[in-house]
Design a protein around this ligand. Structure first.
Ligand code: C2O
Ligand code: CU
Length: 456
């Protein structure tokens, strides 16, 4: 059965200037539809996705995270440029929140856009169990759309009775290959979502990839899709080719789609799953009169969040970061390949390296250290047979063209680097503190593909 209310952003919103307590706790959700037995999960306030946190740009977010889980946790505000102490990285920016304890997060939402929050302790397990939610920062001015919809996509590995397959959390095979990919796809934790639309409405679709390791490729049938923002930050709008976009783990894309079909029509939004396309969303047109006589004119770009218009490459700090390891690599031949007993992935399991080191990303020396305001240019040199979604905390970056002589017309906080490819990025290191830099394929992150850098 399709559920519509989950797509509505108003439910569970916080208002500015109130402290909202969120409890990380056990709960259950109907991942396979309302008629099937629910799945036991961990969620913020016991639901998955957690409550949609919604504020206006410039307002404060005040969340008290209460830990009702049997193990430590923390919250990372993915993609937000915030004070380092609020970044939620255990051991690097805060102590893990122990069971029964709480932690107050408080920061200003400086950037409008689509963000998400998630656990950063035993991420591969806690996020997989459901500890994530959407964080929407509204633009100061009104954006002219009829519907503003949050679509959080995840994949799950379920046992035949619908329970989460937790035994394979410790799979060294997953960690050494593409990460944990589940075959059961959901949007807002339901297998199919019905969205009622009226002809000539403009939809803003805020797509979030919350999967541990899956690249989510999504296609709108019968509708043109304008890419308006990526990873929260406004882009120079462009039409998605074939109305299709791909999001690495952690990526977000804001799409504008005009409902151009006739009253009574239906059209799916499809997501690729093992070579086939699964209709996760159904746009169901009302039969009555159109919302307006004709679609709107082409949308103007979303208002800028004030990221720098230029960067001085000449004085930049440059570093190439080779990425090595994974199944069949030399590192693995020397390393440990057996299933790992105990809790989570064994912290000594090291299948991947960045710049020659396998790290937790919060111990040991920094990968680099720069003065505040310095331009940083990194080259992610993927020498492995797998794609990696490289995520930088606290900063948005540009993806550079081949000769560093230009950049793509958007900003990112996570970039997918294809096997045997190099991605070059540039950003202004203007946020002081200790920031993590890691693969958002969470099983990779936890087996070595993590580092941190310092802005002083
Ligand atoms: Cu979305 Cu370090 O994480
Ligand atoms: Cu990776």
């Amino acid at each position: 059965m399709a559920v519509t209310c989950l797509a509505l952003p108003s439910a569970g919103s916080i208002r500015a200037s109130e402290v909202r307590t969120i409890r990380a706790r056990a709960g259950s959700v109907h991942l396979r539809g309302a008629e099937q037995a629910p799945t036991a999960v961990w969620g913020y306030d016991g639901v998955v996705p957690g409550p949609v946190l919604r504020v206006k740009r410039g307002e404060e977010i005040m969340v008290r995270l209460a830990n009702d889980l049997p193990e430590p946790t923390s919250v990372h505000w993915h993609g937000l440029r915030l004070p380092n102490a609020m970044d939620g990285v255990p051991h690097l920016t805060q102590a893990p929140i122990e069971p029964g304890q709480s932690f107050d997060y408080r920061f200003k939402a400086t950037d409008a856009g689509t963000y998400w929050y998630h656990s950063h302790v035993y991420s591969s397990e806690q996020i997989e169990r459901g500890l994530y939610g959407a964080l929407i920062v509204d633009e100061a001015e009104r954006i002219d759309v009829d519907q503003d919809l949050v679509l959080v996509i995840d994949d799950w590995r379920l046992l035949p009775d619908g329970a989460l397959d937790t035994a394979s959390f410790r799979s060294a095979h997953d960690a050494a290959h593409a990460g944990r990919i589940g075959r059961h796809l959901t949007v807002n934790s339901t297998p199919s979502l019905d969205i009622p639309v009226r002809a000539n409405e403009r939809l803003r679709l805020r797509v979030i990839n919350a999967a541990n390791a899956r690249l989510v490729t999504l296609r709108l049938e019968g509708h043109a899709a304008w890419v308006m923002a990526i990873d929260g930050q406004p882009a120079e709008p462009f039409l998605a080719r074939d109305s299709q976009v791909t999001l690495g783990p952690g990526n977000r894309i804001d799409l504008f789609a005009d409902a151009a079909l006739a009253p009574g029509a239906q059209a799916p939004i499809l997501v690729e799953n093992s070579g086939a396309e699964v209709p996760l969303v159904n746009l169901r047109y009302a039969t009555g009169a159109p919302a307006r006589p004709a679609p709107r004119a082409q949308a103007k770009p979303l208002p800028s969040n004030g990221l720098p218009g230029r960067m001085a490459f000449k004085e930049a700090f440059r570093l190439d970061v080779p990425i090595e390891g994974g199944a069949m690599s030399e590192l693995m031949m020397r390393g440990r390949t057996q299933e790992i007993p105990g809790h989570g992935l064994d912290p000594r399991a090291r299948f991947w390296t960045m710049a020659g080191a396998a790290s937790s990303g919060h111990h040991g020396p920094p990968l680099f250290s720069v003065k505040r305001g310095r331009v940083v240019m990194l080259g992610f040199v993927n020498a492995t047979a797998f794609p990696h979604g490289m995520h930088v905390h606290g900063h948005h970056f540009r993806l550079l063209d081949k000769n560093d002589d230009g950049w793509k017309p958007f900003w990112l906080d996570s970039v997918v680097v294809a096997p045997r490819e190099t991605a070059r990025i540039a950003f202004v290191a203007d946020n002081p503190g200790k920031w993590m830099l890691h693969c958002h394929m969470l099983e990779h992150q936890e087996t070595g593909m993590a580092a941190w850098f310092e802005v002083i």
